[in-house]
Design a protein around this ligand. Structure first.
Ligand SMILES: NC(=O)c1ccc[n+]([C@@H]2O[C@H](COP(=O)([O-])OP(=O)(O)OC[C@H]3O[C@@H](n4cnc5c(N)ncnc54)[C@H](O)[C@@H]3O)[C@@H](O)[C@H]2O)c1
Length: 360
């Protein structure tokens, strides 16, 4: 908790686009609990665990099954703030169909920004990624470091950052965009992702006794727990405009910058008998070690879960059956590939049977 955290939340109505995903499934119940009236806009590509989770909480939650590519402004009725978590959320899934990725991650995200400007939304918090840094020539990349996005995913993130900040600059302070560049997330969520580095390595060590490392494993990643990332969105919603408006913040903590090889070694120590397999063929073009001073000193952001704690959390969740290793949806690219095979991710695809629902 910090001075801008949920405990001091002023409430209000917030739209969370992509709110049924890995981050949203943690963030949305926190917002509801903090007194926000929450509208979730999502295609529910990964299911409806959010409805079950949130129904146990007091407060107001509305789930709207719609596509960000053709949503209209009715979803923003009475909305004061937007959190945009929506889109295709990793490199290989974005590469499945670049045109669809661009339509969703750039076209859909731009559409929501325009709608928000039209209806007078003030605070707009966008989930970007530290992957916009791409390949770092040096350590400790700050928000001012030149970006070098290596993938379509990272390029789409940077495009929306630039659009948002340009809109903010033109709005004389009325529109307050905030960009959060999240580190690589880890940890357990109701919409589980086993395609994220730490989660994936723990899963393969547990299930196959093997930890796969791309290249020599010397590449850096800034890790951050999914619950800590969720708290950063609440901070960004509550902080005074003078601190966050038109700003970009790296979200993470310095001590969670780890090299992949060291992560593999720690997982191996926790799961004795597993072997580390280095793949010379699979080079990793991403390498970034990030500076988090701005989030710490200006927003009071801190992380409650370390990388080591995260390894134990995921092992425990697998061991206790809290997460299902056989749920295909927990591998994002595999699941999107299956959806593409069904319909090409068309606008009207009936992916899951989540109706528009209101839980009051
Ligand atoms: N997980 C990470 O490590 C990480 C790191 C940095 C940044 N981010 C960013 O944070 C955000 C949230 O990530 P996540 O891990 O929760 O991803 P996720 O894939 O779990 O969630 C994305 C959500 O968007 C929805 N969605 C996708 N296309 C849609 C469309 N056309 N219309 C409506 N809904 C659609 C999906 O159904 C899903 O619920 C993403 O923007 C991601 O790029 C994530």
């Amino acid at each position: 908790m910090n001075e801008f955290s949920a405990a001091r939340s002023p409430g209000g109505k917030v739209l969370v686009a992509g709110g049924a995903g890995y981050v949203g499934s943690i963030l949305v119940p926190l917002l509801v609990e903090a007194g926000y009236s929450v509208v979730v806009l999502d295609r529910f590509f990964f299911g409806d665990s959010l409805a079950a989770t949130a129904s146990a909480k007091r407060g107001s939650l509305k789930l709207v099954r719609a596509d960000i590519r053709d949503v209209d402004d009715s979803v923003l009725e009475g909305v004061d703030s937007v959190v945009d978590l929506c889109g295709i959320s990793n490199d290989p899934a974005c590469d499945l169909d670049p045109a669809v990725t661009t339509a969703i991650n750039v076209g859909g995200a731009s559409r929501l920004i325009e709608l928000a400007l039209t209806v007078g939304v003030r605070r707009y918090v966008y989930a970007s990624s530290c992957s916009v840094y791409g390949y770092g020539e040096r350590l400790q990349m700050t928000e001012a470091t030149q970006c070098s996005p290596q993938t379509l995913y990272a390029q789409s993130k940077l495009k929306i950052e630039q659009l948002l900040l340009a809109k903010g600059r033109c709005s004389s302070g009325i529109f307050q965009p905030v960009v959060l560049r999240l580190g690589t997330l880890f940890g357990v969520s109701p919409r589980m992702r086993f395609d994220l580095a730490l989660n994936a390595m723990v899963k393969s060590a547990y299930a196959e006794g093997k930890i796969c490392v791309d290249g020599d494993g010397l590449q850096w990643r800034p890790f951050v727990h999914v619950g800590d990332a969720a708290s950063a969105f609440i901070i960004a919603l509550n902080a005074p405009s003078r601190l966050v408006s038109n700003r970009v913040f790296n979200i993470g903590v310095g001590e969670n910058n780890w090299q992949i090889r060291d992560l593999a070694i720690d997982i191996q120590l926790c799961l004795p008998g597993s072997v580390i397999a280095y793949s010379k063929q699979c080079r990793d073009s991403r390498n970034y070690n990030v500076d988090f001073a701005a989030a710490k000193t200006e927003l009071g952001f801190s992380a409650s879960t370390s990388v080591k704690q995260g390894i134990h959390e995921v092992i425990e969740a697998i061991g206790s059956g809290k997460v299902d290793l056989n749920d295909e949806r927990s591998n994002t690219v595999r699941h999107y590939r299956a959806l593409f095979a069904q319909s090409g991710l068309g606008l009207m695809l009936p992916v899951v049977s989540v109706p528009e629902a209101s839980i009051a």
